[in-house]
Design a protein around this ligand. Structure first.
Ligand code: 5AD
Ligand code: SF4
Length: 434
């Protein structure tokens, strides 16, 4: 979501006549689009702002903007701590960015952290990182209240976009050459809860959206993030299995393998239900890759709870996992729990989880060797003449050839590491028509 918003920030500034630069000394405007999900992101912002102070002293015409979740969370505290920041723009106020910059020019530091806006950021011009892939926001905000999570506080309640608007956006993207889209929501399964289908009183479902968007001409790959195991429904599995453009990959956040911890997290599924979903998903979509998010050291987590997480990780056989050390966030319920887990215990558990998951990731990657997959070329490789490409299952493949980004190729996998594969080009398999 943050990248989606960054592309809008860049789009607005470029529409206003600015051009991007990698060179800080050349920059007229510097924007930090911030994340508040863990404390280290927060520390980095204040570190970076400190580094900019001498530059601003030398060049008072430089405009410094802090946008995003941390802007929403810290509000006036940012300019109190770093008075050389010109504009603080919260998650809902992005459409106001250019006005705020213009006013700051005239009247000094500005801030807009208003709680809601009529305009979805999706409606703003975007300067996308790639011209063949795009993020598509379907429902900003979140109605859940996971006790560790700051997102509902900084992004507000879920607001589903009208299905027609989403379809129109994707059609427009396809016309401009986009072939892969990623539908974005904090909890994509509750998409549509707060809107109705035009001309009817029924609510659009995420499965409907997948089918409609997946049928748009020119869109070859559809991804989405993230479903929530609590709100997951079988019709989503059917829509995934029956829509050929929907990729064989699901990001399915586990957070913890202990039922007791899940309850304390206010995540209202349990480990058996989670594993049951995985079984059904894998049975319906052969070869699907599964990734997850796991938090280690949630307050009250005991060694037994942690063992339960290791056990679920072993059983689930994730292709990859984003693992996080619990970080208390102000305003969340869990930050007030008295039984915080000591830092060294969290670190030690985190290291054990990483060792286990690396082994599983490597096993799953090795199982791909010898098989052929369609890949989408993303860009130049790091070493020698090569490219980085991606399978439908979201695995990175390094191919020792020069191919244009945004093109498809077929590769046979020749090597595997925990986080990437290597492959060689092979002819596309014959398509058998009956
Ligand atoms: N501490 C650590 N990890 C967190 N996440 C969300 N909030 C926290 C927190 N306070 C993780 C969750 C979520 C992912 C995006 O970030 O695993 O799924
Ligand atoms: Fe945070 Fe839970 Fe909402 Fe995800 S579902 S954004 S973890 S509150």
């Amino acid at each position: 979501m943050n990248e989606h918003d960054s592309e809008r920030i860049a789009g607005l500034l470029m529409a206003d006549g600015l051009t991007p630069t990698e060179d800080l000394d050349q920059a007229g405007v510097v924007v930090f689009n911030t994340c508040a999900i863990r404390e280290n992101a927060e520390n980095r912002l204040y570190g970076n702002l400190g580094h900019l102070k001498p530059l601003k002293d030398r060049n008072p015409a430089l405009r410094i903007v802090v946008a995003g979740c941390l802007a929403q969370k810290d509000q006036g505290a940012i300019q109190a701590r770093a008075p050389w920041v010109d504009v603080v723009v919260g998650t809902h106020a992005l459409p106001q960015l250019l006005d705020l910059l213009a006013t700051a020019e005239r009247d000094g530091p500005q801030m807009d952290v208003s709680e809601s806006t009529e305009v979805f950021p999706s409606a703003l011009p975007a300067a996308r990182h790639d011209d063949f892939r795009a993020w598509v926001s379907i429902a900003p905000g979140c109605d859940n209240a996971c006790t560790f999570c700051i997102v509902p506080l900084v992004r507000g309640p879920q607001r589903s976009r009208a299905i027609g608007d989403i379809v129109a956006e994707v059609q427009g993207l396809a016309r401009r050459g986009v072939i892969e889209i990623t539908l974005l929501g904090q909890n994509v399964n509750t998409y549509g809860r707060d809107v109705t289908v035009p001309g009817s009183s029924s609510r659009p479902l995420f499965a409907d959206l997948l089918r409609v968007v997946g049928a748009i001409e020119g869109i070859r790959r559809v991804r989405f993030t993230s479903p929530h195991p609590h709100d997951f429904t079988p019709d989503v599995i059917d829509a995934m299995a029956e829509t050929s453009s929907v990729c064989e990959h699901i990001h399915f956040p586990l957070q913890s393998g202990s039922d007791r911890v899940l309850k304390a997290m206010q995540r209202s599924y349990r480990r058996d239900r989670y594993l049951g979903w995985l079984e059904r998903i894998r049975a319906a979509i052969p070869g699907i890759a599964v990734s997850t998010d796991i938090i280690v050291g949630f307050p009250t987590e005991t060694e037994d709870d942690f063992q339960a997480t290791l056990d679920v990780v072993e059983r689930a056989g994730f292709d990859s996992a984003y693992t996080f050390q619990y970080s208390p966030r102000p305003g969340t319920r869990a930050a007030g729990f008295v039984e915080q887990v000591p830092k060294e215990v969290v670190q030690e558990r985190f290291d054990r989880l990483l060792v286990l998951q690396e082994r599983i990731s490597l096993d799953r990657a090795r199982a791909q060797v010898g098989h052929a997959f369609e890949v989408l070329v993303e860009g130049a490789g790091k070493r020698g003449p090569s490219v980085q490409a991606r399978t439908r299952t979201n695995r990175i493949v390094h191919v020792p050839d020069e191919l244009d980004p945004g093109t498809f190729a077929w590769t046979r996998i020749t090597g595997a590491a925990a986080h990437y594969l290597t492959g060689e080009l092979v002819p596309a398999p014959d398509v058998i028509t009956v």
